[in-house]
Design a protein around this ligand. Sequence first.
Ligand code: 3PG
Length: 214
Amino acid sequence: MAAKYLPMREIMAQGAVMPILTVADPVSAGEIAKALVAGGIKVFEITLRTPAALKGLEAMRAAAPEAIVGAGTILNATDLHRAIGAGAQFGVSPGMTPELLKAVRQADFPFLPGIETTSEAMYAREMGFKELKLFPANVIGAIPWLAAIKPVFPDLVFCATGGVKPGDVLAHLSQPNCLQVGGSWVTPGDAIAKGDWKAIETLARQAASFKRPA
Ligand code: 3PG
């Protein structure tokens, strides 16, 4: 039987920039998903930070069946199970707890635990997670951090998020252990509020044009 989910590393390889969005209503979520896909984005994450998030996730899956839609801001096993129930195809957390990682393993679900320190990297690795969210990237100085830990953890790869902007995407992606960056700039709140889906499509096209150096 085919596996239910793609491995996390394959999901990361579908897009060097992963839009991270927060929605207030499910109808907008569907429209945003269509605009992102129209702009060439294949993978994006909806945060579980609003009451509309789970309905928004369902709406995104329905509106863009060709996309890979993840749920972010998963803080515990309850969030995880709700996200999976709403159709999430991968999960992201700003951090990790033993209970959460155990639940992820039991669900056999692609997942990016969040880390910020070498000890957290070691813990995630020990728990079998080698694809990690590096958060908050701008606070820790992600670019020199990634360079410094590459020889120490050659098997770990990262999605750097938190304060990343178009102007520093390529500097992050030039680090060989940075497979992806994530950010909210592709889906700005004012464009969502105005229903300006064309603006989001334009930003998505720019985001989709970023590639990791060969
Ligand atoms: C995250 O969860 O990584 C952040 O919300 C990303 O958003 P930002 O690009 O606005 O920092």
